[in-house]
Design a protein around this ligand. Structure first.
Ligand SMILES: [Zn+2]
Ligand SMILES: [Zn+2]
Length: 119
């Protein structure tokens, strides 16, 4: 699953994961490909609090990397309640893809899901 947020006007902060963090993600029982070493904050520009980037999702748990200028950590979260279950065949549906309790506005990324070949 490729999540491309490059076209969003979001927080420009980025983080490079260290070896221990990459190892942590590498040991999660996730089917997804391994986490990129560099992640970008997925919150809105000018948000309060720590920056946050989704590292890996395991079942209903999302592991978010959160960081400030001086520290970073990985925390488990559930989806933001504003996220709606993916409505079938409604590609224009918007949903918040952030974690529960995130700062800033909900992300409602009119994502151009161009692949209809999920089946
Ligand atoms: Zn940020
Ligand atoms: Zn939200």
């Amino acid at each position: 699953m490729a999540i491309d947020n490059e076209d969003l006007i979001g927080c420009p902060a980025r983080i490079t994961l260290d070896a221990a963090q990459l190892a942590f993600f590498g040991e999660l029982p996730a089917d997804a490909p391994s986490v990129q070493a560099e992640l970008g904050c997925e919150l809105e520009q000018g948000h309060e609090g720590s920056h946050a980037a989704l590292g890996q999702q395991v079942d209903t748990t999302m592991w978010w990397v959160q960081w400030t200028l001086s520290a970073s950590e990985i925390n488990p979260y559930t989806w933001c309640p504003a996220k709606q279950e993916r409505v079938e065949l409604d590609r224009d549906n918007t949903e918040c893809t952030l974690f529960a309790g995130h700062s800033g506005r909900h992300s409602s990324t009119n994502r151009p899901w161009q692949s209809e070949n999920a089946a």
